[in-house]
Unconditional design. Structure first.
Length: 294
DNA sequence: CGCTATGCCTGAAAGC
DNA sequence: TGCTTTCAGGCATAGC
């Protein structure tokens, strides 16, 4: 489910009730998600204060006063919601979920000193929660090879070109590769390629000129990636099947999809006149317009 | 029943 | 032989 804009939306929702708050109790309602919780997971979280809640790629990182970091991933169907137990004071700036639902897939509950209960729900259990020492975070196998943050000012056409140079894989597949650029998934790759008018089937290496110089297409693609992601964050992400904001409300960006899940609909590019098509690449649906995306 | 699904790790296969 | 790149398979569940 969640790509960078959804994870960032979740981060912004959780920050008011987690940052500066102490984790009073951790309830693990099953032994594993995608992989087992570490044996010392509860021990290392309980009593620790969250000093910052950050995001790297599609990972949420809760930095603790103890020098540990809680590494969280939402997988395909994970979501967080914030509950306010009866009698607990409301945290300024926090938005609470109206009521609990789908309790069967509530796998982790964090009771925070802010009074909020942070509940992780994940029907498919492709999500992940680990705790690692902060000084080992960058070298951690899950993060070591992750590429640049697309919304970082340092991510530019030169960076993208360097990552794409020599690649024969389709552009779609290259952009899904988290080592090329971090945080894009199936939706936002399709959206960014349409905005940049680039074919998902084009060989990735063709965005790089002689000597590794980025082409105008690479410049356009970087611009499109940044714009699509920023707009999606502003809209609270995209809610299809699973994504909710932490207060339970839906994201709104799905109403603004240019191509994703719009097979057969007219292309929105002014004057194009094409129709959105669906193909399968690397086993996943790609939506694009064969008329204006070259 | 069969197909699809916002992710991504693993391992096999292919290419050099 | 070995390294790198690419892709299919699988994970677990729900909805249509």
């Amino acid at each position: 489910m969640p790509e960078l804009p959804e994870v960032e939306t979740v981060r912004r929702g959780l920050a008011p009730v987690m940052e500066g708050a102490t984790i009073r109790a951790v309830e693990l309602r099953r032994p594993d998600l995608r992989r087992p919780f570490p044996n010392d997971f509860r021990l290392r979280l309980e009593g620790a204060t969250v000093t910052a809640l950050r995001r790297r790629a599609k990972y949420l990182l809760a930095e603790l006063s103890t020098g540990d970091v809680v590494l969280m991933h939402l997988g395909m169907s994970g979501s967080f919601r914030i509950e306010r137990p009866a009698g607990a004071a409301a945290v300024p700036g926090a938005y609470y979920h109206a009521r609990s639902e789908d309790l069967a897939h509530d796998h982790v509950v964090l009771a925070m000193s802010s009074g909020a209960r942070v509940v992780f729900n994940d029907p498919r259990r492709f999500g992940l929660m680990l705790v690692v020492a902060a000084d080992e975070l960058d070298a951690h196998p899950l993060l070591r090879a992750v590429g640049p943050e697309p919304l970082d000012p340092g991510f530019d056409a030169a960076k993208l070109a360097a990552a794409l140079a020599g690649k024969a894989a389709p552009l779609k597949a290259a952009l899904l590769d988290q080592t090329v650029v971090a945080g894009l998934g199936n939706i936002y790759v399709c959206e960014a390629l349409h905005l940049a008018r680039l074919s998902p089937r084009r060989r990735a290496g063709t965005l790089v000129g002689r000597g590794g110089v980025p082409t105008p297409r690479a410049v356009a693609l970087v611009e499109a990636i940044k714009m699509v992601l920023a707009d999606a964050i502003t809209a609270g992400g995209s809610s299809l099947r699973d994504h909710r904001q932490t207060d339970g409300t839906l994201g709104l960006f799905q109403h603004r999809f240019r191509v994703y899940d719009r097979e057969g609909a007219p292309c929105v590019t002014p004057g194009c006149g094409g129709v959105v098509r669906r193909i399968v690449q690397s086993g996943r649906s790609t939506f694009f317009c064969t008329v204006c995306q070259k």
